[in-house]
Design a protein. Sequence first.
Length: 274
Amino acid sequence: MSDLYAVFGNPIAHSKSPQIHAAFATASGQDLVYEARLAPVGEFAPAVAEFVAAGGKGANVTVPFKEDAYRLATRLSERAARAGAVNTLSFAAGEIVGDNTDGAGLVRDITHNLHTPLAGKRILLLGAGGAARGVIAPLLAGQPVSLHIANRTADKAEALAAAFSDMAAVHGGNYEKLSGQQFDLIINATSASLAGASLPLPVGLFAPGSLAYDMMYGKGDTPFMALARAQGAAQVADGLGMLVEQAAEAFFVWRGVRPETAGVLAQLRAALAG
Ligand code: ATR
């Protein structure tokens, strides 16, 4: 029997994870089945228990269950503990091991696929929710010269910056506080794009040669990507590459094999444009 994996979320019908993992499995010759599972909100733990009882070996976790998964884990990787959220679960010997591959996926997309090293860069992270928190430690590990977190609610950005101040000099504040500053890498980790809203960013943030990265993706530019282009970002990217790379990292956690990602990313890109 093939090893069983799944992604849990709500909603989940449009998840691309089953397609991504099926492609990884075929390309790397791994025998596994990967399903999308809808869990009722508030019933994540029983849904996972049922899956484990059915022989599930591992699971990805998406909105809104990443904090539930963090609490459910009996053991956490260091990066999951830092993120305060879990997107990858492994089930073995009665243990539920929680990991988080989101930050590694983002960093891999930026450094490998987009050819942008983090070392020495001035990074601006927009947003101070779960998505932002999950990527801070992996970004800092790339040795940027600075990391600034900006958020609509300044307190949340300041608290998040303080939570990582043992790793590097991280600063936080509201969007107005950004006036007069320039950054080499600006990452949108807010959910503003979901609502089609743009962020009140002061002009002049994008340094020459800068990369603007939206963790969201969709058909065409997100509002943040459009703003970045208009304000002179040299390179603009959406989060489709991060989606594929976080999946590849989860696949590696489960199978010990690092799948090739370029082909799957190209396929998804073509489907999104079509
Ligand atoms: P996620 O898990 O996606 O990070 P979250 O924890 O709810 O979700 O965080 C959402 C983030 O997007 C927050 O930083 C939020 O800003 P506030 O902390 O001020 O609420 C940000 N956000 C959502 N909609 C926004 C909007 N229209 N304009 C600016 N920021 C927005």
